[in-house]
Design a protein around this ligand. Structure first.
Ligand SMILES: Cc1ncc(COP(=O)(O)O)c(C=O)c1O
Length: 329
């Protein structure tokens, strides 16, 4: 059965590379490869470029001339939405948690560079963001603009479809795509929902393991399951997804979202020093810490074929981040 044709624009440089990492593989005792979605090309890369191809595709089809989205001050999703808007000639409004800061670094610096209009919520409470975005929608519409709301993390069926297509890309670009495991950072559920949908739709034996960077596992599992089913429906793709297809570990979050742990900093150093691969402190270093622990504890058996899906996030390394926070806390 064919997937539905969905509106899409070209934003990312695809396919991304599938890199073998022999030195890390030897050290960990598994056959590890890395899918380099940190190099999707749009404004320093990351997983959101894939989702935005479909989200902006839909926005343009609806005649939008502005994008509105939300996230943390160092949101990669917001930075890439700003870049997508710039590339497509759209205005961009970002509703960011927290307060303005005198010195812009990392993603926040890039948001400004990309010409986005940043609206600070003035509070760290994410539950205030929907009302603020709605007010912005109304304000812009009253001024004659046609804004399109991009959901948090791009994690709607429209965005998550991109990771079904990413599995199709993996099949097309790998001589042996039957990995035993895919391990990746899971935040707002869209990447994992799309990957699981893709694996099930294309009938791969691969187990997708999401390492939570913030949410408790039961919540994230439920969100991934719901979004996975909705995404398959949106794509017109049939596949059965069962509870045990949704694997989430929340043991590697540490003290919270964006706060490095000793294990995440150790993982960041390991990938850099063995393979010259830079991870980010908020997402991929925690996912890598999970991967390393799951291998060392035997949950992922020795000699397994493992794909670490590098989802990007590197600009956050250049924001005021204390990589050794976990040692002091
Ligand atoms: C670098 C990076 N990795 C992983 C994720 C998680 O993706 P998702 O929100 O689709 O779970 C994000 C989300 O912002 C991200 O920026």
């Amino acid at each position: 059965m064919q997937m539905k044709h969905l509106p899409r624009v070209k934003l990312a440089m695809l396919p991304t590379a599938l890199e073998e990492v022999p030195r890390l593989s030897r050290e960990l005792g598994v056959a590890l490869s890395v899918k380099r979605d940190d190099n999707t090309g749009l404004a320093l890369g990351g997983n959101k470029a894939r989702k935005l191809e479909y989200l902006v595709g839909e926005a343009l089809e609806l005649g939008a001339d502005a994008l509105i989205t939300t996230g943390a001050p160092q949101s990669n999703h917001c930075r890439m939405t700003a870049a997508a808007a710039a590339k497509m000639g759209l205005a961009c409004h970002l509703v960011l948690r927290g307060k303005d800061v005198p010195v812009k670094q990392g993603n926040l610096l890039l948001d400004e560079l990309l010409g986005a209009k940043v609206h600070f919520l003035g509070s760290g409470d994410a539950s205030l963001a929907p009302a603020r975005m709605q007010a912005l929608m109304e304000e812009l519409t009253a001024r004659g603009a046609r804004p399109y709301l991009v959901p948090l993390g791009g994690s709607s069926p429209v965005g998550a479809v991109a990771y079904i297509t990413a599995i199709e890309e993996l099949l097309a670009t790998s001589a042996s795509p039957n990995f035993d495991y895919i391990v990746h950072a899971s935040g707002s559920a869209g990447t994992q929902a799309g990957l699981v949908a893709g694996v099930k739709y294309f009938g791969l034996p691969t187990r997708v393991i999401g390492i939570s960077v913030s949410r408790p596992a039961p919540w994230l599992r439920g969100a991934v399951m719901e979004l996975c089913r909705e995404t398959l429906t949106h794509a017109g793709a049939e596949a059965q997804v069962f509870d045990d297809d949704i694997i989430v570990y929340d043991e590697y979050v540490g003290k919270g979202y964006g706060l490095p742990t000793q294990a995440s900093t150790a993982a960041l150093e390991l990938f850099a020093r063995r393979e010259g691969i830079i991870l980010d402190p908020v997402y991929t270093a925690k996912a890598a810490a999970g991967l390393i622990d799951l291998v060392q504890s035997g949950v992922i058996p020795a000699l397994s074929r493992v794909l670490f899906w590098h989802t990007g996030g590197i600009p956050a390394l250049f924001a005021d981040v204390d990589l050794h926070w976990g040692e002091k806390a």
